[in-house]
Design a protein around this ligand. Structure first.
Ligand SMILES: *Cc1c(COP(=O)(O)O)cnc(C)c1O
Length: 342
């Protein structure tokens, strides 16, 4: 099977498993796991933030960050296509009593700055206090698009003027960094908190990181404990993260090249509507022309050994560590064959 459903399907390599086996551990709730501490220090160096925290998933990272930045009865502004709003079970509302105000995401994952400004509530007893802006980089539902640095600095200006905090869901932050040839530190310099996933393109079995100020992380650690996210000998997980940060980041470039190859190949098939210029990282989104039934296409592709997901009416393919450039050629051939058979 060639699995393009997500970069979460990536499996840890033998070398990664070896470091996990050998990991030095302690009790991380006592902050005594040396490998967790090492991973968190590495993350702080990479993000340029004072402190960092290991959590079990990206969803937990976003939840803990937003609970830390936003009080009960307050409001977060976020894009209609973002993961926090669309794919995280409304955790901030359930656990934090926080309301979400949705504004429209542009195609590239940004939003209209005037819409952002006008969505900030005035001080008024009728209205929840607007406290936080949440952004996503790269933007999953917007075709893996990295956010422009100019956009980030404009959002920061608006946040400063209105006394708002900014959280970045950077599940695929390293993909943004590679695609834009920008340091992580530069990308996140305008946000108060950032999460990134170790379990996606970096191929760890589990784990995400939150980075922010020391005060922020102290509070985030309390929230992590409250929702059951304090882990004990977590060095076994963290060692995979250390290995990934040292060895798996640069190879994301291969995923990007494979995504471009795939997009170019698929764009030659008339029944596939894809803007191959738009593919900047490891995610492709495309639509089929009306005469092709998407469910039938998906079933036939699966029969031929190619897996992918669909959402919001589009097909999504995600290149990843388990998919080689040879596999990409196969996918292009199989797609072409399946389409002509329909
Ligand atoms: C995958 C993803 C998450 C959540 O990560 P999990 O580890 O699956 O909880 C958050 N945000 C974005 C943009 C993602 O793609």
């Amino acid at each position: 099977m060639i699995d393009l459903r997500s970069d979460t399907v990536t499996k840890p390599s033998d070398a990664m498993r070896k470091v996990m086996y050998d990991a030095e551990v302690g009790d991380d709730v006592y902050k005594e796991d040396p490998t967790v501490n090492k991973l968190q220090e590495m993350a702080s160096k990479i993000t340029g933030k004072e402190d960092s925290l290991l959590v079990s998933s990206g969803t937990m990272g976003n939840l803990v960050s937003l609970l830390t930045l936003t009080n009960r009865g307050e409001e977060i502004i976020l894009g209609d296509k973002c993961h926090v709003y669309a794919w995280e079970g409304s955790g901030v509302s359930i656990f934090g009593g926080i309301s979400m105000k949705i504004i429209k995401n542009n195609e590239d994952g940004s939003f209209d700055l005037n819409e952002l400004i006008s969505s900030i509530n005035p001080v008024d007893d009728h209205k929840p206090k607007t406290t936080t802006i949440s952004i996503e980089n790269t933007h999953n539902q917007c075709g893996g698009s990295p956010l422009e640095l100019d956009f980030l600095s404009e959002v920061k200006k608006i946040a400063n003027k209105n006394n708002l905090k900014i959280h970045m869901d950077g599940a695929r932050l390293f993909n943004a960094s590679i695609a834009q040839n920008e340091s992580i530190e530069n990308i996140v310099k305008n946000v108060d908190s950032v999460t990134f996933c170790l379990s996606k393109g970096l191929a760890c079995p589990v784990g995400s990181i939150i980075s922010g100020s020391k005060d922020f992380i102290d509070q985030a650690r309390r929230w992590r404990k409250s929702i059951g996210g304090g882990m004990r000998q977590a060095g076994i997980i963290a060692s995979a993260g250390v290995y990934a940060l040292e060895n798996m980041v640069d190879r994301l470039e291969e995923d990007h090249l494979n995504a471009k190859r795939l997009a170019n190949g698929l764009s030659n098939i008339p029944e596939i509507n894809i803007d191959n210029e738009y593919v900047k990282t490891n995610i492709l989104r495309f639509e089929l022309s009306d005469n092709i039934n998407r469910d039938q296409f998906t079933r036939n592709m699966k029969k031929e050994g190619v897996l992918f997901n669909s959402s919001y009416g589009a097909i999504r393919m995600v290149t990843n560590y388990g998919v080689s450039s040879k596999d990409i050629e196969k996918v292009i051939d199989i797609t072409s064959k399946v389409i002509s058979s329909l």
